[in-house]
Design a protein around this ligand. Structure first.
Ligand SMILES: *Cc1c(COP(=O)(O)O)cnc(C)c1O
Length: 225
């Protein structure tokens, strides 16, 4: 299916004016769709599945910035470590250590965001506020020379209740601000990744610096294929 170029132009303009980065979420979409936005100058693309991301990385121009926005399993880190631009969904200290290890092997410092659980659904991943504090204050954290924690990521509840969504984003922004002054060699907050097709406007109003938008740009996804 064709990319909605008109929509892309409108959204990018809206976001550029507010200094918010647009990650175009291309999961399940073919490389041709990605190239269509690439040719309009877009470089930040997000994927949820490791194998799919690696396949697309191999086929597409090397100056694309690949964001991994899914739930990353430790045994798959090695496939992304050589090239991933930003890992959004880190939700445990052990995963952080594994990314550090594979970053070291790849001779890189890998930028990551810690995922915070802000939604009602239990099925969504992420740290709670206490666990986030534990990770960021861990005495072991400074040993991890091959990761860099750039900020936080979260997903609001899947609901029509816009007041609840706003409250969840506000909560995440509050946590973000709480740690924004924390300066370690490998911690320096610059990025708050929140907002998707259905709620990005609210997220931006609540202080998002990076939104992850799929269906508005690429059309609805077909998972059956
Ligand atoms: C799929 C996905 C998105 C994009 O969703 P849309 O509703 O299509 O914009 C954003 N973030 C994450 C983590 C996703 O899995």
């Amino acid at each position: 299916m064709a990319v909605n170029q008109e929509q892309y132009k409108n959204i990018s303009k809206e976001l550029i004016d507010r200094k918010v980065t647009l990650v175009a979420v291309s999961k399940t979409k073919p490389p041709e769709d990605i190239l269509e936005l690439y040719e309009l100058g877009h470089r930040d693309f997000g994927e949820n599945y490791v194998q799919e991301l690696v396949d697309k990385y191999e086929q597409l121009p090397k100056d694309i910035r690949w964001h991994f926005i899914g739930h990353l399993q430790s045994n798959k880190v090695k496939y992304l470590a050589p090239f991933v631009y930003l890992v959004h969904g880190v939700d445990s200290f052990s995963l952080l250590k594994e990314i550090n290890k594979k970053g070291s092997k790849a001779g890189r410092v890998i930028p990551v965001l810690l995922q915070v659980h802000i939604a009602m659904e239990e099925t969504k991943f992420g740290l709670d506020a206490n666990e986030l504090g534990e990770v960021l204050h861990s005495s072991e954290l400074t040993d991890l020379k091959h990761i860099k924690i750039n900020g936080l990521m979260g997903m609001a509840s899947f609901t029509e209740d816009l007041t609840l969504i706003r409250k969840e984003f506000l909560y995440l922004k509050t946590l973000y601000d709480q740690y924004a002054s924390l300066r370690l060699e490998n911690v320096s907050f610059t990025t708050l990744s929140m907002g998707m097709s259905s709620d990005y406007k609210i997220a931006v109003e609540e202080g998002s610096t990076m939104v992850r938008i799929g269906s508005l740009l690429f059309g609805a996804r077909d998972y059956v294929k």
